[in-house]
Design a protein around this ligand. Structure first.
Ligand SMILES: [Zn+2]
Length: 314
């Protein structure tokens, strides 16, 4: 009896009988299992081999990870810089530009549009492409905003150089003393014209006053004209530079001539009733770049009467 022989208990005869080996099935199963193991091993080898990094590649991949972290940190730094720039821009719009009498820069210009073409498509498909694109986008935006701010400072600086001259020249006081002014007979704006009896724009302020009341230049400048015009009557026009012109009309008499340099508060003539006028008054007009302006916006409100008297000639 071979030691390899196995036995089983036959329940009918209650005797042990040798187990017959099915050698064919055994070989077939073994072959099948071996084939599956072989195929799995080959697949695993190919799969793992394709992901296996050389030491050099491993170092590069680690470096990439670190660079990606740094890129994200740089983006945060750029955003922080932009917050600082926003503070500077606000000061520029609220303090510096108004001081130099220039308008604030609209927000949409400051925030410089970057829509449309995808400037960062070169990063497409790269690892960390989104981070790279967004950090470059933030950086480009910051660069453009800084350029705009730099131009604004240059503009303010060039005007501030002349600021003293500008404030000396700009029309800023009443053309007639409050002591002499009886009342304002007509304001700036639409009005029913006293002579033509229809609604017309009134381009200045009318001060009713006695004939002969002194009329003063409201800023430093050069007399551009002193003559008789059919509507204005005897009129003096003063060019203050910086685009400003002041006009004193219906005068009884003027005492300056074209080309005279005059200072703020200098006597230019006297109230009269010449030209298209229904009674003695001074028509006072201010133009900026040839557009009429409401003179009320030009007066120094905090000027005390004695200060006015000190400015105007006696
Ligand atoms: Zn008038």
């Amino acid at each position: 009896m071979s030691s390899n022989t196995r036995y089983y208990l036959d329940p009918h005869t209650l005797t042990y009988k040798p187990v017959k080996k099915n050698r064919k099935l055994f070989y077939r199963t073994t072959l099948w299992v071996s084939s599956v193991i072989f195929v799995l091993s080959i697949s695993a080898f190919i799969f793992l081999n394709s992901y296996r990094l050389t030491p050099h590649e491993w170092i590069l991949s680690k470096q990439n990870e670190r660079l990606a972290e740094e890129i994200i940190q740089k983006k945060d730094a750029i955003i922080a810089l932009r917050d600082t720039l926003v503070d500077i821009e606000e000061n520029d719009d609220i303090i510096y530009r108004p001081f130099a009498e220039i308008k604030p820069i609209p927000k949409d210009i400051r925030e410089a549009g970057f829509g449309g073409v995808d400037r960062y498509r070169e990063f497409a498909g790269m690892e960390y492409a989104d981070d790279l694109s967004s950090v470059f986008r933030e950086f480009d935006k910051l660069k453009k905003q800084i350029e705009i701010q730099k131009k604004s400072f240059n503009e303010v600086e060039s005007l501030v150089q002349y600021i003293d001259e500008f404030y000396a020249a700009k029309p800023a006081i009443r053309p007639i003393s409050q002591k002499d002014e009886i009342y304002i007979s007509s304001h700036y704006g639409m009005r029913l014209h006293p002579i033509y009896k229809r609604w017309k724009m009134h381009h200045g302020i009318d001060y009713a006053a006695q004939i002969g009341s002194p009329v003063y230049s409201t800023g430093k400048g050069i007399v551009k004209a002193a003559y008789y015009a059919s509507g204005y009557g005897k009129v003096v026009k003063v060019d203050h530079g910086f685009g400003y012109l002041s006009i004193y009309a219906h005068l009884d008499k003027y005492i300056v001539k074209k080309g005279d340099t005059i200072s703020r508060g200098q006597l230019v003539g006297y109230v009269g009733n010449t030209g298209s006028s229904t009674g003695p008054h001074l028509h006072y007009e201010i133009r900026k770049n040839n557009q009429t302006q409401n003179p009320l916006y030009f007066y120094m409100d905090d000027l005390e009467p004695y200060e006015y008297d000190r400015i105007v000639s006696k």
